[in-house]
Design a protein around this ligand. Structure first.
Ligand code: M6R
Length: 605
């Protein structure tokens, strides 16, 4: 979704901002813009462009000098992608420039009032109302002008504001959309995502909702939108700037798929306790007494994180024998769910910023529930809002399509399930068995990745399919769901996932040679049932690709994956299908890292 970058210091600001915008490109956007000023500048200079950051860069004149500036990548919500609708938005006197992430819910009402007062709007955006409100404020300071304007706003925002009469500062504010300050040596940065900052500084301050900040070249202060001072101590970002580079791969998706052995190693590191055949999860804040009182686990997430949650729910039921299920957070938040004091709620998110998940967490907390976060981005909104949590340590995931974070999240769930299980009725012998299985994962993933050429060949043979069916039973079903999502997101081939057990209840009608089926066939207690499903498909001349622990006679092709413990098999079985989606998309010439219409973090409704 939209991205913000800002800088104040001594350096030439335009190249810095353009570089920051490039680092945010992965979030998805359709236009970009930049505004600069500086102590020697008279007024603000702005350039905007529909399209890519490189289109914006091409328009920036060589004499576009300044040492203070804000920039933005926009994902259209109010108004089509266009030069006019791109941010920053300028006030009529061209003294105020605003970049904004989020949505102003009462924008039409405010627009009508401002228009009646004679304001001429230059764009169709909701953001422009904020620019005019700030410009019309009679307050003496920029901070007070922004504060006054925000009092009229209903909705979500992360904003950065420049004012030609106060060009020694940038004022920022946050409500529901991330804002991070980056502290440098006599220079300060601001961004909506640390990705834009880490090549300059790893010292950051993350604003809370309802917080504002003034940044100057050598100083910053934070305060609430009501004006009371807050204390925000800087933290150090763990992720290196290089983690955001492509590292010799052609796409981030490829890089991130191949990072999985190391990423899984990281999520396990320092957490295994061989003595008691369990794991330590530092941030869990759930002692044995409380853990024994949990009667249900409800996992909430969206998209891929929801699928990781489905796998997690099964692991928790199997290992801890606690009833558990997963539900899309986007549905849960709208259905006035019964919130039960004995249920442990778990919010799952790679970015930690997904609005639907955050809103579900806030609603749960309002009703007094206990919420754990299973999150990748340290210090993100969901991680902060949750009572406690488990970080998944996948490292930065840049490709819009999630791969390594999915895998690490399923491993994090295995750790949580083992922890809860060992507090309850899981034997030490079973705990040891699971630990041995966990330790095998990085090596087994590396083994699967070595089969890339074989999977690439298979992918080419499926690239002309118009639709594909993915099936799996019990442990295999969430794997099928995730594999089908991967394929459609990145290749745009229609794909549908079904429980293999449901074939006869409808989808069998679709089977014909032109509809290939991808079947998840683990060597577990349901192997024969799964084989029966393959027979049914074959009998109707359906083409089958199996992902299994041994060659499947009824399948046209089988990708054989290494066997782990039954409970952990789902972690591995999706990995060849990430490569299948990748190579199918490559064969079709898709924009792999930035699939059409999608954004990396969906921070709005
Ligand atoms: O950052 P989150 O994990 O909360 O994101 C949730 C979904 O938007 C995300 O998983 C989406 O489905 C991805 N495009 C999956 O590849």
């Amino acid at each position: 979704m939209c991205g913000i970058v800002g800088y104040i210091g001594k350096r030439d600001v335009a190249p810095l901002l353009l570089e920051g915008l490039q680092r945010l490109e992965y979030r998805g956007y359709d236009s970009a813009g930049i505004a600069v000023t500086g102590p020697k500048a008279s007024g603000l200079k702005t350039v905007k462009a529909k399209g890519r950051v490189r289109d914006l860069e091409a328009r920036v004149p060589s004499r576009f000098k300044g040492t203070t500036g804000i920039a933005h990548t926009r994902w259209a919500t109010h108004g089509a992608p266009s030069d006019e609708n791109a941010h920053p938005h300028l006030s009529q006197d061209e003294k105020v420039a605003v970049v904004h992430n989020g949505i102003i819910d009462n924008a039409s009402e405010l627009r009508a009032k401002l228009t009646a007062d004679g304001v001429e709007f230059l764009s169709e955006t909701d953001t422009e109302v904020l620019t005019h409100l700030i410009a019309r404020s009679q307050a003496d300071t920029l901070e007070e002008k922004v504060r006054e304007a925000l009092r009229h706003i209903e909705g979500t925002y992360g904003i950065a504001v420049l004012h030609a009469d106060f060009n020694d500062r940038i004022v920022v504010a946050r409500n529901g959309s991330p804002v991070v300050l980056g502290i440098g040596e006599k220079e300060m940065f601001v961004a909506s995502d640390v990705a834009a900052l880490v090549s300059h500084t790893r010292q950051v301050v993350t604003l809370d909702d309802g917080e504002m900040a003034t940044i100057k070249a050598d100083d910053y202060r934070t305060y609430t939108t009501e004006g009371s001072r807050t204390t925000a101590s800087p933290t150090t970002v763990e992720w290196e700037a290089e983690s955001y580079d492509m590292g010799g791969h052609d796409t981030y998706m490829h890089k991130e798929i191949f990072e999985q052995p190391d990423a899984v190693d990281r999520v396990l590191r320092g957490r295994i306790d061989d003595r008691f055949s369990t794991v330590h999860l530092g941030g869990l804040n759930l002692d044995a007494h409380d853990a024994r009182k949990v009667r249900r686990v409800k996992i909430l997430g969206c998209g891929t994180s929801y699928h990781a949650g489905m796998i997690g729910a099964q692991m928790i039921e199997e290992l801890a024998r606690i009833p558990a299920d997963a539900e899309p957070a986007s549905e849960f938040r709208y259905r006035n769910a019964v919130v039960d004091p004995d249920t442990l709620y778990v919010a799952v998110s790679q970015s930690g910023e997904t609005y639907d998940v955050l809103a579900a967490v806030q609603e749960l907390k309002r009703k007094g529930a206990r919420v754990l976060g299973v999150v990748n981005v340290v210090g993100s909104a969901i991680a902060r809002e949750a009572d406690a949590g488990v970080y998944v340590h996948a490292g930065p995931e840049v490709c819009v399509v999630s791969t390594k974070c999915f895998t690490n999240t399923t491993v994090a769930f295995a750790l949580l399930a083992l922890h809860l299980g060992r507090i309850r009725d899981l034997s030490a012998a079973d705990g040891k068995r699971i630990i041995e299985g966990l330790r095998m994962l990085p090596g087994q993933i590396a083994e699967i990745l070595k089969r890339e050429d074989e999977i690439k060949k298979i992918a080419k043979s499926y690239a002309d399919a118009r639709s594909m069916l993915f099936i799996g039973r019990v442990r295999g079903y969430p794997v099928a769901r995730e594999a089908s999502l991967k394929l459609k997101e990145v290749s745009y081939i229609h794909a549908e996932a079904y429980p293999a057990s449901e074939l006869k209840h409808g989808p069998l009608a679709l089977i014909e040679p032109a509809l290939p089926t991808v079947a998840i066939v683990p060597d577990d207690d349901l192997l024969e049932k799964n084989r029966a499903a393959l027979e049914e498909i074959k009998a109707r001349s359906g083409k089958i690709l199996a992902v299994a622990h041994q060659e499947q006679e009824k399948a046209d092709e089988t990708i054989v994956v290494p066997k782990n413990e039954n409970e952990l098999d789902p972690i591995l079985m999706g990995i060849p299908l990430q490569l299948l989606a990748y190579h199918t998309a490559l064969a079709l010439g898709r924009d792999i890292d930035k699939p059409r219409n999608l954004a990396k973090s969906v921070t709005v409704e």
